[in-house]
Design a protein around this ligand. Structure first.
Ligand code: UT7
Length: 319
């Protein structure tokens, strides 16, 4: 039996740090409101010259180094992003060129904040099917480009960044189970409802959100998805070393842990210093905890995405 296993992680955050105080200086908001309602203290913002493929490149190089893998050995590149460099070609193809390789399959996954988990599950299936051996799975976003910087209800929440993993064929599991879900009837509660037509923007190019509806939806499906994925992997909550839910709001994360009965010390929280980086949030958090030595080889980690679509899903992995 062929399985897939995460053999390296990497991440990248743009140098520019934006604090809550910067919002308070020009909007009707405060550091205290943002901290108490979201847990967010700061986020990173990309330079205007940096696209998602640039952030993805930095994260990928680190993941490949950690895995001891040369770019030429990668036979599948999947980039999860809702903020691609272009309408087309895909950010995955641009990343492939920046890595200096050619020939391997490369495509983007668009599942908004669930994108990394969707990409990981896709790469796992490709590897288990036997046609691919070494996948680079990346979440990369420049959400700062699609925010209405005058909308205090949304602009304070998000940040830019990228995270990557190398997923390699292995005789032992790695990825034990992944379950992906979607319900398009909730498209309206979180969207960027615009497109480009005849050289003009049709609709709005800014993120729109019903925050309370998203909050309730996220807490419900993160709990359901965790239980469903643990059952599919024939594991119990006690078997988990870490839970890495999509880093949206510390209140969503803590409510999920509470509903599951998971001890707070097993919950990974990085939203305080990253903000919500959409598809990048889970691999960014994973890499931070791996590099700090908290998540170690043999640990069992439940990775969870939830976001626009609505989409959600979980992957249970042993590092
Ligand atoms: O990847 C998924 C992406 N999205 C999310 O995860 C977001 C999920 N939702 C949330 O995190 C929360 O709903 C928010 C943080 C967005 C909002 O928190 P809330 O506790 O649900 O606040 P609310 O929407 O009920 O708003 C309470 C008040 C409102 O004022 P009024 O109507 O009571 O006068 C808002 O206008 O807070 C106001 N408000 C703010 N006040 C200061 C909204 N944003 C701000 C702000 N600063 N930045």
């Amino acid at each position: 039996m062929i399985y897939s296993r995460i053999t390296g992680t990497g991440s990248y955050l743009p140098a520019r740090v934006m604090t809550n105080q910067e919002f308070a200086a020009r909007l009707d908001t405060s550091d205290a409101w943002i901290r108490s309602r979201t847990g967010i203290v700061q986020r990173h913002i990309a330079e205007s010259s940096q696209g998602s493929s640039d952030l993805a490149l930095h994260a990928s190089v680190k993941a490949l180094e950690a895995a001891g893998t040369k770019p030429a050995d990668v036979d599948l590149i999947i980039v999860a992003t809702s903020t691609p460099d272009y309408v087309f070609p895909s950010t995955a193809c641009l990343l492939q060129a920046k890595l200096g390789v050619k020939g391997c399959a490369a495509f983007d996954v668009q599942a908004v904040c669930s994108g990394f988990v969707y990409g990981l599950a896709t790469a796992d299936s490709f590897i288990k099917a036997g046609g691919h051996k070494k996948a680079l799975v990346v979440g990369a976003e420049v959400f700062s480009r699609i925010l209405d910087w005058n909308d205090r209800g949304t602009c304070v929440l998000f940040g830019d960044g990228a995270g990557a993993v190398v997923l390699s064929a292995d005789s032992k599991p790695g990825v034990h189970a992944s379950i992906l879900r979607a319900d398009g009837s909730y498209a309206d509660i979180l969207s960027v409802p615009g497109n480009v037509c005849g050289g003009a923007i049709v609709g709005t190019p800014f993120l729109r959100m019903d925050g309370q509806a998203v909050f309730k939806f996220a807490v419900r499906v993160l709990e359901e998805s965790a239980r469903e994925t643990l059952a599919a992997a024939k594991m119990a909550l006690e078997d988990l070393d870490w839970l890495i839910p999509h880093q949206a709001n510390v209140r969503i994360l803590e409510a999920t842990a509470r509903k599951l009965g998971l001890p707070r010390e097993k919950l990974v929280v990085t939203v305080d210093h990253h903000g919500n980086t959409s598809a990048a949030s889970v691999p960014l958090a994973l890499d931070e905890f791996v590099r700090s030595g908290k998540i170690r080889a043999g640990h069992r980690v439940l990775l969870q995405g939830v976001g626009g679509g609505f989409t959600w899903g979980s992957s249970l992995v042993t590092l």
